[in-house]
Design a protein around this ligand. Structure first.
Ligand SMILES: *Cc1c(COP(=O)(O)O)cnc(C)c1O
Length: 398
């Protein structure tokens, strides 16, 4: 199916699936089968040998999972993708596939806490070393690369400060040193940012967030630009059992169909909420790539199709005021995670980024009072009314 020229919403709805190959089913069937029949012993041998690409066993490949992989690969503009049980399995598979013992990963911070923990705590035990430099600092990134650096690992926009990494610059730095650029594109989603077009070699997602979009599944995916890299990723996912299952893939695929609609609406809401927060007398600062006050506002316009739906801010009253605000919201939900249709609010310093030492948090701009707001798809008037009533209760402790 030649669908390479279709636009983003059409791709999300149709890419990777031809109903005529599945009894005309318009919705992708859930192939809830762990194993597949071989028409003959000879054909079974050919499939294992690789000379025939028929189905064998779901850890090695499954049509429902393949439909999701092809859809997301098409959205990102890659040669293919490998679905994983969780976003963390996508991070692990990427490093394990592309870095050997004795080699090095140069990353930027802030990074999703567990991604950094995986590298510094677990992969370090197997001789893979890593160093991390500030997201906006190309000079520092350049200086962090060593002869044994194989990966440059970045997250943009970064969780939770919404710092950006200049993807074209990071790709140039990585490639000059013979390393590959890996981008965690979870916060933007392919609807707003396609890192492969800026020179990245690998893009990964926690599909738990925007791609699935309904706060009901944990899943991940890795997309590659080259077939050789894709083969190495698939090999690691199969060997370690990082694969997803068909029902999980189907749920995520159902979410992906409406990716653009959800992201456009959540983003429109965020574009109204961010300036409202910035004008509020109780707010000390707001960090949102769509505001002119974001230090990398120009970069956001250059490499993203829109500023997204994640906002960070701090109240003048610091941690205590932030805590009272989070306890006072009624429509907005106090919970970690993001990218679902419902708006979520959380406190990184005591929740998602608690494992980052305080000194390190300060260095990364994760201030004690930073509140993270993941804007959802509700009516913006209701979200603003909820914030207004919550703000009015911050001064008078409940
Ligand atoms: C949530 C998240 C992950 C981890 O994904 P899981 O699906 O929870 O395993 C990785 N990176 C970012 C940026 C995330 O937000």
């Amino acid at each position: 199916m030649n669908d390479g020229n279709r636009r983003r919403h059409s791709q999300a709805i149709h890419a990777g699936f031809d109903p005529l190959e599945h009894h005309g089913a318009v919705s992708v069937p859930i192939y809830q089968s762990s194993t597949f029949v071989f028409p003959s012993a000879e054909e079974g041998a050919r499939r294992f040998e690789g000379s025939s690409n028929g189905l064998i066993y779901t850890r090695l490949g499954n049509p429902t999972i393949a439909a999701l992989e092809e859809c997301v690969a098409s959205l990102e503009g890659g040669v293919g993708a490998v679905g994983t049980a969780a976003g963390m399995a996508a991070v692990a598979a990427t490093v394990l596939a592309l870095v050997d013992a004795g080699q090095h990963v140069a990353g930027t911070h802030p990074l999703y806490g567990p991604s950094r923990g995986l590298m510094e705590k677990h992969l370090a035990r197997f001789g893979i070393t890593s160093t991390f430099v500030p997201a906006g600092d190309g000079q520092a990134l350049r200086a962090a690369l060593r002869p044994e650096t194989r990966l440059v690992f970045v997250e943009t926009p970064a969780n939770p400060t919404l710092d950006l990494v200049d993807l074209a610059e990071a790709a140039e730095i990585a490639h000059r040193h013979g390393a590959r650029l890996v981008v965690d594109n979870t916060f933007a989603s392919p609807h707003l940012q396609r890192p492969l077009e800026h020179g990245a070699d690998v893009v990964l997602h926690s599909m738990t967030k925007f791609l699935n979009g309904h706060s009901d599944v944990v899943a991940g995916i890795v997309v590659a630009r080259e077939a050789g890299v894709l083969a190495r990723l698939r090999d690691v996912v199969q060997a370690f059992g990082f694969n997803m299952d068909p029902h999980q893939a189907w749920l995520v695929l159902r979410g992906v169909r409406t990716l653009g609609m959800r992201v456009d609406r959540a983003q429109a809401n965020a574009m109204a909420i961010a300036p409202w927060l910035e004008r509020h007398p109780m707010v000390k600062w707001v960090r949102y790539p769509g505001l002119a006050s974001h230090p990398q506002h120009e970069l956001a316009r250059r490499q993203m199709a829109g500023p997204g739906a994640m906002i960070a801010f701090e109240l003048h009253g610091g941690v205590e005021a932030g805590r009272r605000l989070m306890n006072a919201v009624q429509l907005i939900t106090l919970a970690v995670s993001l990218g679902g249709v419902e708006s979520l609010i959380e406190h990184p310093a005591s929740m998602t980024h608690r494992s980052v030492p305080e000194e390190e948090r300060r260095r990364q701009g994760i201030t004690p009072g930073l509140v993270r707001l993941a804007v959802g798809c509700e009516d913006v008037e209701d979200l603003l009314a909820d914030l207004a009533q919550a703000f009015s209760r911050v001064d008078s402790p409940a």
